[in-house]
Design a protein around this ligand. Structure first.
Ligand code: NAD
Length: 328
């Protein structure tokens, strides 16, 4: 049995329920600075609650801490958990800078604990099939990877909490860093490492510091091209999709969070159907890693890739030039 504490009870509330539903996992306590929220969730989940993370870190019956606080706090809280000998899961993105990601990776290495980053679309079976198909060369030589979303976020969404969303310090960016992080993770998973990237961002219709529209053109090391488009300015949330094609076939994932997709290519659907994925969530993944020593799907180094790509897109947007992956 792997025993969990969850810190941060916005999205962390849903993840607490997921822990309770997962075989081999047990939720021991929940933490939030907001006492009312901590109490309400603790009572609803029927577990202990506290407003101080140290209470959870001091417990010998907690093996893993799931960090669900604002993005710019993930590394600091994760490092505290690692130093207390706890395995660490952060929600997406891993943190808001690669410098913070590196600190967290080092702390977890030194403490010899597992570090995992929660990108739930990696556990959608069809998305896993697409990643495998690309890895096995079933699409031929990769040509283009494209991820895009059109969503709506109100000005009130950004005023929520203490107003951390849409700030550089705590959200690490806007539509690309927050909502788009899932898609940046997917394009990196599908297409591999990038060589260079050109980005443009703008604030079109929100009262925020960071972008509500982000665009990028990516050149991958494989020679394939990539396109990223993400905005929270559409009148409603209409799609969140990923498309890949190569010389031998193409796949259009109309909704990456459900895996609804269309497959074009001779025999490709049958090939995809032959692949199964036996891990359905980050919690199952971490339980397997702790109990059986399996490798988590998104470890710290894998989670860092999205933050690195984000940093380079934003640097490009600021400087108005293409940025090489190798640049500091
Ligand atoms: N996987 C997903 O699809 C998904 C969806 C939404 C949010 N997220 C991520 O979850 C994180 C939180 O987002 P949210 O929308 O839930 O935010 P939120 O503001 O609704 O909730 C964050 C909570 O963390 C608490 N908190 C902050 N600092 C704390 C600390 N030091 N100790 C204890 N509690 C603390 C706050 O009081 C708040 O209740 C972000 O990184 C976001 O990117 C992921």
């Amino acid at each position: 049995m792997v025993r969990f504490a969850v810190v941060g009870l916005g999205m962390g509330r849903g993840r607490s329920h997921l822990i309770q539903k997962t075989e081999g996992a047990e939720l021991k306590c929940v933490v939030d600075l907001n006492e009312e929220l901590a109490k309400k969730n603790g009572e609803e989940l029927n577990v202990e609650w506290t407003t101080n993370l140290d209470d959870a870190l001091g417990r010998s019956d907690v093996d893993c801490v799931m960090v669900m606080t604002p993005s710019g706090t993930h590394a600091d809280l994760g490092i505290r958990a690692a130093k207390a000998g706890k395995h660490v899961i952060t929600t997406k993105p891993m943190d808001v800078t690669t410098e913070a990601c590196d600190r967290l990776i080092s702390a977890c290495d030194e403490a010899n604990v597992i570090l995992a980053v929660d990108y739930q679309s990696r556990y959608v079976e069809n998305n896993y099939r697409v990643a495998e198909a690309l890895k096995r060369g079933w699409l031929g030589k990769p040509i283009l990877g494209e991820v895009r979303f059109k969503w709506f976020r109100s000005n009130d969404y950004f005023k929520h909490g203490n107003g951390w969303r849409g700030t550089w310090k705590m959200d690490g960016g806007g539509s690309l860093a927050n909502q788009g992080a899932h898609l940046l993770d997917l394009i990196s998973w599908f297409m591999g490492d990038y060589q260079s990237v050109y980005g443009e961002t703008a604030i079109m219709n929100h009262d925020i510091e960071t972008e509500d529209i982000g665009l990028a053109i990516v050149n991958f090391k494989s020679g394939a091209k990539g396109v990223i488009v993400g905005t929270t300015t559409f009148p409603e949330s209409v799609y969140f999709s990923a498309e890949v094609h190569g010389t031998d076939g193409g796949i259009l994932i109309d909704e990456v969070l459900s895996g609804k997709m269309r497959v074009i290519g001779n025999g490709l659907q049958e090939q995809l159907d032959s692949i199964g994925d036996n891990v359905t969530s980050i919690i199952e993944d971490v339980v397997g890693a702790v109990e059986n020593g399996t490798q988590v799907r998104i470890d710290g180094r894998e989670g860092r890739r999205t933050v690195d790509l984000l940093e380079k897109i934003y640097q490009s947007a600021r400087e108005g030039r293409t940025i090489q992956a190798s640049e500091n």
